[in-house]
Write a protein that binds this ligand. Sequence first.
Ligand code: ADP
Ligand code: MG
Length: 139
Amino acid sequence: MMNQTFSIIKPDATKRNITGSINKVIEESGLRIIAQKRIKLSTKQAESFYSVHKERPFFRDLVQYMCSEPVVVQVLSGENCVEKYRSIMGATNPENADKGTIRKLFALNVQENSVHGSDSEKNAKIEISFFFQNEEIVG
Ligand code: ADP
Ligand code: MG
Protein backbone atom coordinates (compact mmCIF):
# COMPACT_ATOMS: atom_id res chain seq x y z
CA MET A 1 0.00 0.00 0.00
CA MET A 2 1.25 3.51 -0.89
CA ASN A 3 1.51 5.65 2.19
CA GLN A 4 3.49 8.39 3.91
CA THR A 5 5.84 8.67 6.85
CA PHE A 6 7.47 11.50 8.74
CA SER A 7 11.26 11.87 8.91
CA ILE A 8 13.69 14.20 10.68
CA ILE A 9 17.33 14.61 9.72
CA LYS A 10 18.67 15.38 13.18
CA PRO A 11 21.16 18.03 14.45
CA ASP A 12 24.24 15.77 14.36
CA ALA A 13 23.68 15.35 10.62
CA THR A 14 22.86 18.96 9.71
CA LYS A 15 25.93 20.04 11.70
CA ARG A 16 28.18 17.68 9.72
CA ASN A 17 26.67 18.83 6.37
CA ILE A 18 25.50 15.32 5.43
CA THR A 19 21.81 15.94 4.73
CA GLY A 20 22.40 15.25 1.03
CA SER A 21 24.16 11.97 1.79
CA ILE A 22 21.19 10.87 3.90
CA ASN A 23 18.70 11.97 1.23
CA LYS A 24 20.66 9.89 -1.28
CA VAL A 25 20.15 6.74 0.83
CA ILE A 26 16.44 7.57 1.18
CA GLU A 27 15.99 8.11 -2.56
CA GLU A 28 18.06 5.09 -3.57
CA SER A 29 15.75 2.94 -1.41
CA GLY A 30 12.88 3.98 -3.69
CA LEU A 31 11.17 6.27 -1.17
CA ARG A 32 10.28 9.77 -2.39
CA ILE A 33 10.84 12.99 -0.42
CA ILE A 34 7.54 14.75 -1.12
CA ALA A 35 7.95 17.62 1.38
CA GLN A 36 10.99 19.00 3.16
CA LYS A 37 12.08 22.03 5.16
CA ARG A 38 15.04 23.04 7.33
CA ILE A 39 13.92 24.52 10.65
CA LYS A 40 15.20 25.15 14.18
CA LEU A 41 13.05 23.44 16.81
CA SER A 42 11.99 25.41 19.87
CA THR A 43 12.23 23.71 23.28
CA LYS A 44 8.42 23.61 23.39
CA GLN A 45 8.20 21.92 19.99
CA ALA A 46 10.85 19.32 20.88
CA GLU A 47 9.20 18.58 24.26
CA SER A 48 5.85 18.19 22.62
CA PHE A 49 7.15 16.06 19.72
CA TYR A 50 8.94 13.67 22.11
CA SER A 51 6.33 13.82 24.91
CA VAL A 52 5.93 9.99 24.87
CA HIS A 53 9.50 9.88 26.27
CA LYS A 54 9.02 12.50 28.99
CA GLU A 55 9.54 10.03 31.86
CA ARG A 56 12.69 8.55 30.32
CA PRO A 57 16.07 9.46 31.87
CA PHE A 58 17.35 10.74 28.52
CA PHE A 59 14.40 13.12 27.87
CA ARG A 60 16.05 16.43 28.93
CA ASP A 61 19.23 15.66 26.99
CA LEU A 62 17.20 14.60 23.96
CA VAL A 63 15.24 17.87 23.92
CA GLN A 64 18.42 19.92 24.33
CA TYR A 65 20.14 17.99 21.53
CA MET A 66 17.16 18.32 19.14
CA CYS A 67 17.24 22.12 19.62
CA SER A 68 21.03 22.45 19.37
CA GLU A 69 21.25 22.85 15.57
CA PRO A 70 18.77 22.98 12.69
CA VAL A 71 16.86 19.87 11.64
CA VAL A 72 15.34 18.91 8.29
CA VAL A 73 11.75 17.72 8.59
CA GLN A 74 10.42 15.61 5.73
CA VAL A 75 7.42 13.72 4.45
CA LEU A 76 8.34 10.51 2.62
CA SER A 77 6.08 8.43 0.43
CA GLY A 78 6.22 4.94 -1.02
CA GLU A 79 5.00 1.37 -0.66
CA ASN A 80 4.85 0.38 3.03
CA CYS A 81 6.66 3.62 3.74
CA VAL A 82 6.54 3.56 7.56
CA GLU A 83 8.09 0.09 7.83
CA LYS A 84 10.44 0.60 4.93
CA TYR A 85 11.90 3.80 6.36
CA ARG A 86 12.31 2.20 9.82
CA SER A 87 14.23 -0.62 8.15
CA ILE A 88 16.59 1.64 6.13
CA MET A 89 17.13 3.82 9.24
CA GLY A 90 18.46 0.90 11.28
CA ALA A 91 18.37 0.29 15.04
CA THR A 92 18.19 3.23 17.49
CA ASN A 93 21.71 2.44 18.71
CA PRO A 94 24.04 2.49 15.69
CA GLU A 95 26.12 -0.27 17.30
CA ASN A 96 23.13 -2.56 16.72
CA ALA A 97 22.20 -1.22 13.28
CA ASP A 98 22.50 -3.40 10.18
CA LYS A 99 25.13 -2.73 7.55
CA GLY A 100 24.07 -0.16 4.94
CA THR A 101 21.41 1.48 7.16
CA ILE A 102 21.46 5.25 7.65
CA ARG A 103 22.31 4.91 11.33
CA LYS A 104 25.09 2.40 10.67
CA LEU A 105 26.53 4.67 7.99
CA PHE A 106 26.19 8.03 9.74
CA ALA A 107 25.06 7.96 13.40
CA LEU A 108 27.51 8.95 16.13
CA ASN A 109 25.86 7.24 19.12
CA VAL A 110 22.45 6.23 20.55
CA GLN A 111 21.38 9.85 21.01
CA GLU A 112 23.02 11.50 18.00
CA ASN A 113 21.60 8.93 15.62
CA SER A 114 21.07 11.15 12.57
CA VAL A 115 17.41 10.41 11.77
CA HIS A 116 13.91 10.03 13.17
CA GLY A 117 11.17 8.01 11.48
CA SER A 118 7.57 7.45 12.58
CA ASP A 119 6.97 4.06 14.24
CA SER A 120 3.36 3.53 13.04
CA GLU A 121 0.91 4.72 10.42
CA LYS A 122 -1.08 6.50 13.13
CA ASN A 123 1.97 8.34 14.49
CA ALA A 124 3.08 9.20 10.94
CA LYS A 125 -0.18 11.11 10.40
CA ILE A 126 0.13 12.88 13.76
CA GLU A 127 3.79 13.78 13.21
CA ILE A 128 3.27 15.00 9.62
CA SER A 129 0.49 17.33 10.76
CA PHE A 130 2.71 18.58 13.60
CA PHE A 131 5.09 20.15 11.04
CA PHE A 132 3.32 20.43 7.68
CA GLN A 133 0.19 22.05 6.28
CA ASN A 134 -1.58 19.98 3.62
CA GLU A 135 -0.64 22.47 0.90
CA GLU A 136 3.07 22.05 1.68
CA ILE A 137 2.90 18.37 0.70
CA VAL A 138 3.15 18.56 -3.05
CA GLY A 139 3.85 14.93 -4.01
P1 ADP B 1 13.78 5.62 17.64
O1 ADP B 1 14.24 7.00 17.22
O2 ADP B 1 14.62 4.54 17.04
O3 ADP B 1 12.30 5.41 17.41
P2 ADP B 1 13.15 5.93 20.48
O4 ADP B 1 11.79 6.38 20.04
O5 ADP B 1 13.25 4.84 21.47
O6 ADP B 1 14.05 5.50 19.21
O7 ADP B 1 13.95 7.17 21.07
C1 ADP B 1 13.82 8.46 20.52
C2 ADP B 1 15.19 9.08 20.44
O8 ADP B 1 15.69 9.29 21.76
C3 ADP B 1 16.28 8.21 19.77
O9 ADP B 1 16.23 8.24 18.36
C4 ADP B 1 17.54 8.82 20.34
O10 ADP B 1 17.88 10.06 19.71
C5 ADP B 1 17.10 9.11 21.79
N1 ADP B 1 17.41 7.96 22.67
C6 ADP B 1 16.76 6.76 22.71
N2 ADP B 1 17.31 5.94 23.62
C7 ADP B 1 18.32 6.65 24.20
C8 ADP B 1 19.28 6.36 25.23
N3 ADP B 1 19.29 5.19 25.86
N4 ADP B 1 20.16 7.34 25.55
C9 ADP B 1 20.14 8.53 24.94
N5 ADP B 1 19.27 8.88 23.96
C10 ADP B 1 18.38 7.94 23.59
MG1 MG C 1 10.63 6.35 18.31
